[in-house]
Design a protein around this ligand. Structure first.
Ligand SMILES: [Zn+2]
Length: 211
């Protein structure tokens, strides 16, 4: 059941994307539009399905040094497709564009190993407001490794990046198989932000549908 928790931000993104696309294209929004917008906001994570079916979970760690974001997490491609679709089909094109881009924005500050924003020019992953070890201080202290980190490793950077070569090494050392428990069943700025976004989107959705 806890597997639903990382998806809540995508549900919020789908709701926001539907309303935004409707506003941009001056389209009247019906309830079923949200049933298109929410799956579109989840769509990039379809690249996690093979791992989920094979292992029963999705987690890049020393047990499995592979991050699923190698399949569909290429913003430049989806940006281009989205722009063409927005131009060709209006509302649903805008919905595709906004929903997928919000997904990548979420992946760039939330949990995980960032997004290759510059692909196909570079496979380097980028993420906002994080440490290179990709864990909050509370987790590092609890694991007894905070004191062993250098000042540089402790530092939260505005933009942190992992090159294609170094990513497996970092996943091997710092990836966590229990990431859902550690990130979503504790209070940290990512879980609080995502839960607030979800509650806010639900409130707006209900207000919109009952208007
Ligand atoms: Zn994703």
């Amino acid at each position: 059941m806890k597997q639903i928790l990382p998806v809540l931000a995508d549900i919020a993104n789908g709701i926001f994307a539907t309303l935004l696309a409707g506003w941009i294209t001056n389209t009247e929004i019906f309830w079923w539009h949200f049933l298109v917008g929410v799956p579109l906001a989840m769509m990039p994570d379809l690249d996690a399905v093979p791992e989920l079916l094979r292992r029963g979970k999705v987690a890049a760690s020393s047990d499995y040094v592979y991050d699923h974001r190698e399949g569909l997490h290429y913003p430049a491609v989806l940006l281009l497709v989205g722009i063409v679709l927005a131009w060709l089909v209006g509302f649903f094109g805008w919905l595709f564009l906004i929903a997928t881009m919000l997904h990548f924005v979420n992946d760039s500050y939330g949990v995980g190993w960032g997004v290759a924003w510059l692909w196909p020019f570079s496979r380097t992953r980028y993420k906002c407001a994080d440490r290179k070890v990709n864990q909050p201080k509370r987790m590092l202290v609890a694991d007894g490794v905070w004191e062993k980190l250098s000042v540089d490793e402790r530092r939260v950077r505005f933009i942190v990046s992992w090159s294609e070569e170094e990513l497996p090494r970092f996943i091997m050392r710092w990836g966590r198989g229990d990431w859902i428990d550690k990130w979503y069943l504790t209070r940290n700025w990512v879980s609080v932000t995502e839960y607030l976004l979800f509650m806010c989107s639900l409130f707006i959705l209900v207000a919109f549908l009952l208007r």
